[in-house]
Each structure stands twice: as C-alpha cells, then as structure tokens.
Design a protein around this ligand. Structure first.
Ligand code: CA
Length: 380
C-alpha cells in the first residue's frame, strides 16, 4: 500500500495587521510554516529567508534538521549585517512525509498537530514563555491562552548563532490529518474547534474553515495553516485542493484573504509574532471580562484617571521592548496603556535578570521608565 499526502495551505493577513509575516512551504514531501518577528519589515524578511533556505537545502539533499540549522544561520547572518533587522527571527515548524513516517523540525510557537480517529494531538511543544510556564505547572493551558505575553518566544530561529531544534517523528497511516499552523490560529481557535474543522472532507475545506474561524474570532494576527491528509493511493498526489498558486508576500498582503498553495516551491508569507490582544474564547470569559472592565473603569474613575497619564512601564510589543504610558493591564479588548516609545531591542535577547525587570511591569515615573529603557539597551 502506498500512502500519499493530499494537502492544502492558506495564509491570511488577519484583520489587524498591516503585513503578513507568515510564510509557508508546500513542496511535497516537505511542508513548513514560519512566523516571522521583528520590527518594520524584518519579520517578513526573517520568515522569507527561512523558508527559502530550508527549501533549497532540503532540495539539495539535506535532512530537515540540517536544513533548519542552515536557515537559522542565514537569518542570523543577515540580522547581524543590518542594524534595522537586528534581532529579527522566526518560528519554524517543518515536516517531511516519508511513507508512513512524518519527521519534524521545530522551533518557536507555531504548532504541529495530528488528527487520528477523531483525536487531536499536539505534536510540537510551544517554545514560548507561557508554554514553558505551562510545562512547569505555573500556568494552566487556559491561562496561557489568554496571557498578554503569550506571543513572546523563548526560542526562535535566527536570533542567535546556534539554536536548539526539536526533532521528532511520528508514524502515519491512512486517514491521519496533519496540521501545521501559526499562532494566529491557535490563539483564536480552541483545540476542540480545530479538531472539528480538521475532520472536513478535504484539506482545502479544512484550511478554509480554520482560517475563517480565526478571522471570525478576531483575526488579531496573521494566520497560516497547512493541512495534509494521509491517504492510500497510487501516484504521488500533488493536486492538493486549493489550486492556488504559491503566494508570496506582496500578494497576500494586500488581500483580505488568502494565499494558497499547490505543489509549488517554497512559499507564501507567513509568520510573525506578537502582540495580539485578547482572543476571547468563550462567552463566559467575555462576561467576566465585561464585569471586570466595568469595575475597573469605576475604580479608575474614583482614583482619578489622571494617574494613567503619569504612569509608565516597560513591556514587550511584537517581540521588542517598548515603554508604555498608562497601567500595565489589558483586560479583554480594553488596554489601559499605549506605546510611548518603541525600540528594536528584542525580548528574546535579554538575559534572565533583564527579563525579570521587564516581566515585573513595575510602574514608574516617566524619568524612571526612560532610565530603565536605557539600562535595557533600548535607547540607541
Ligand atoms: Ca503570529
């Protein structure tokens, strides 16, 4: 019996971002998703360079882990050359389908799932701060999903000369459906919903449903999905469903929709990190949020809203440090702060004590906050 992989891929800019920093590869037997991060256009550069390097090295005969290492080196080299791109990085979740085996290379918080007999299993570990806190038992998965820093990566491709790459393999059999996706999906859509939608008749239908669900839930981030269905079959099937061609950055960016895939070479936009706000998952949470917000608003009114304009703190925006004015709380869709000063200093490059300073979200006067910013290397 021969197994074939039918597939479909879709990427979408979402409803709030100005660019799509996600990229994907659909070049059977190689599939991948990259979610770039970094200021300005750097996230797109990082993710683009990663998929190009990965695809080229794999095509040249290297294994995916070696090819992923080469991608890390390529992104890191470029980031080291250009100041405006320093600190950029990307996630990478790559899969090679080899008969009845799926081999993965993985860094970051994009995810790989397998749906088998109606059971959805997350195959990859999230290399994010909240992911680590969940593994250490300090957060529940539900708390992690709503955490304001859930997009901050603890490990990324391209931010350092060497990176530890997770490698793992799973067995595959007819009927299995694999999903590679960026966090723009998983921060909006629950695993239960993903399980349901992955069960669709075709990969194309599943991909469409997943992207539509992420947009319907708020579309705070770019979202990318690659769906692969393992079937018994004859010829290798490159037909996939979505017909669409491989989409590159510019195309995707403009459109409100999709990119697609095919059998094509590397490709489409992907990835990015951070800063979405809330992705309420349940009406109950929305209700609680509303109550809390109302209570807070009342409280703030009493305390004097003036406070908000005299308070500053250092935090993280889209993976890089920023000074905020206001209070370090974000409840539901209501943010009690706004960015006062941006920087290109990536959070992932901080050492532990520096991270602690940032994570503390201590409230400062403006002068104190700016002094801290200088201490953290945010001021050039
Ligand atoms: Ca993202």
């Amino acid at each position: 019996m021969t197994l074939v992989a039918r597939h479909a891929a879709l990427t979408d800019i979402g409803l709030h971002r100005r660019s799509n920093e996600d990229r994907f590869i659909v070049a059977p037997p190689l599939f991948a998703v990259c979610d770039g991060m970094g200021g300005a256009e750097a996230g797109e550069v990082a993710a683009g360079l990663a998929v190009e390097t990965l695809a080229a090295r794999f095509a040249a005969g290297e294994g995916i882990v070696a090819a992923a290492r080469a991608a890390n080196a390529a992104v890191y080299a470029r980031a080291s050359e250009r100041r405006e791109e320093s600190g950029m990085g990307t996630t990478l979740t790559a899969l090679v389908v080899d008969e009845d085996q799926g081999h993965f290379a993985h860094v970051g918080d994009s995810r790989a799932y397998r749906l088998r007999d109606g059971v959805l299993e997350q195959l990859s570990a999230d290399h994010s701060l909240v992911g680590e806190m969940v593994r250490e038992g300090r957060l529940t998965p539900e708390e992690a999903a709503a955490h304001p820093h859930r997009s901050v990566l603890s490990r990324a491709l391209g931010t350092e000369a060497e990176v530890e790459i997770d490698r793992f393999s799973v067995d595959l059999r007819s009927g299995d459906v694999l999903l590679l996706c960026s966090d723009g999906l998983t921060s909006e859509v629950s695993d239960d919903e993903i399980r349901e939608m992955l069960g669709a008749a075709t990969p194309a239908e599943a991909a469409r449903a997943l992207v539509d669900a992420a947009r319907a839930a708020g579309g705070h981030d770019n979202v990318t999905v690659v769906v692969i269905r393992i079937e018994e079959g004859g010829e290798t099937d490159a037909s996939a469903d979505s017909g669409a061609a491989d989409v590159r950055g510019a195309d995707v960016r403009g459109g409100e929709g999709a990119a697609a895939t095919g059998a094509a070479a590397p490709a489409a936009p992907v990835a990015a990190a951070p800063s979405k706000t809330p992705a309420p998952r349940a009406a109950r949470r929305r209700l609680i949020t509303l109550v809390v917000v109302l209570a807070l608003v009342a409280l703030l009114g009493l305390a004097g809203v003036v406070v908000v304009n005299t308070c500053y703190f250092v935090g993280v925006d889209d993976g890089t440090l920023a000074v905020y004015s206001g209070l370090p709380w974000s409840i539901g869709p209501l943010e009690l702060h706004s960015i006062y000063l941006r920087s290109t200093r990536p959070y992932v490059l901080l050492d532990e004590s520096e991270r602690a300073l940032v994570d503390a979200h201590e409230i400062h006067s403006k002068d104190e906050a700016l002094r801290l910013a200088e201490e953290l290397g945010m001021v050039p």
